[in-house]
Ligand binder design. Structure first.
Ligand code: PAF
Length: 282
């Protein structure tokens, strides 16, 4: 595995591979890798000749008072895991080269960014789209791999790629979970021992929501029950619990083919998200 920090060095290397008709699979990350990321690599490895992973804790997607500083980082360990998983090129750009000057150009996502995390983290998805566009332009991947844990991010990126005719194909990869059901996340490390023990309550509550959904309960009743389940079984504070159509993220109506029940829960030092996508046809 080659570790590259300069944009032009990466592009020169990839230009050579593309001249040889090699396909490129891209796994963008913010590092502190876990099995969720490694599963993205596994998919990319099977479907492409070259696998590029980026590690960049993107300041543009963190709001004031969010956990940019506290976001966990461990470059050496990440490099070891990435190499063992079969990454060919690890791209770790320098923040000064990624954002040399702020020209003030903004990318504004549409209505899909108004709900869920977009409602409680204003500007978050503007920052995600900015870095994703830059990374897509730098890497020019055939396929790009995103996890379903960040289902809203994925839906917005799919729309972005479609609306702006970006050439990469987005591949959805299922959420990887701990044995007790907690979705794998780099942020789990910031849970206290006590919080970690009860954090699976999030997924259990969402599963109850899924059951109620299939029993035909009203959206408001389901959302209330899921929120109650989380607050009665953990010290987590609800940031949101929502049930929407997926991937439009518009209010759920019975003609939607898929729905998402999603939540964000705040603990002492971190905020966790999770979701279940529910098919509405049988
Ligand atoms: O999902 C993430 O880790 C980040 O939002 C991404 C896509 C790497 C952009 O910084």
């Amino acid at each position: 595995m080659k570790t590259i920090r300069l944009i032009n060095e990466l592009q020169e290397l990839l230009d050579r591979s593309k001249r040889d008709n090699q396909t490129v699979g891209f796994v963008p990350t913010m590092g502190f890798l876990h099995e969720g990321h490694l599963s993205l690599v596994e998919h990319a490895r099977k479907e492409n000749d070259i696998v590029v992973m980026s590690i960049f804790v993107n300041p543009a997607q963190f709001g004031p008072g969010e956990d940019f500083e506290a976001y966990p980082r461990d470059e050496q360990h990440d490099a070891k895991l990435a190499s063992e998983a079969g990454v060919d090129i690890l791209f770790i750009p320098d923040p000064d080269e990624m954002y040399p000057q702020d020209g003030g150009i903004q990318i504004l996502p549409g209505p899909q960014a108004s709900s869920l995390c977009g409602a409680t983290r204003p500007g978050h998805f503007d920052g995600v789209l900015k870095v994703v566009l830059k990374l897509f332009n730098i890497v020019d991947p055939d396929h790009s791999y995103f996890g379903m844990k960040d289902a809203q991010q994925l839906a917005i990126i799919e729309t972005f790629v479609r609306d702006f005719n970006l050439r990469t194909k987005i591949v959805r990869v299922p959420t990887i979970r701990e044995e007790d059901g907690l979705a794998k996340s780099s942020r789990n490390v910031n849970l206290s021992i006590e919080e970690r023990l009860v954090a699976p309550a999030i997924q259990k509550a969402l599963k109850i929501g899924e059951e109620l959904f299939h029993q035909g309960l009203q959206v408001e009743e389901i959302v209330e029950e899921v929120a109650n389940q989380i607050t009665s079984n953990s010290p987590g504070r609800i940031d949101y619990v929502s049930l929407l159509a997926y991937p439009s993220l518009l209010p759920y109506t019975t003609d939607a083919r898929e729905a998402i029940i999603a939540c964000a829960v705040k603990f002492e030092k971190t905020r966790l998200i999770d979701n279940i996508i529910m098919s509405t046809k049988g």
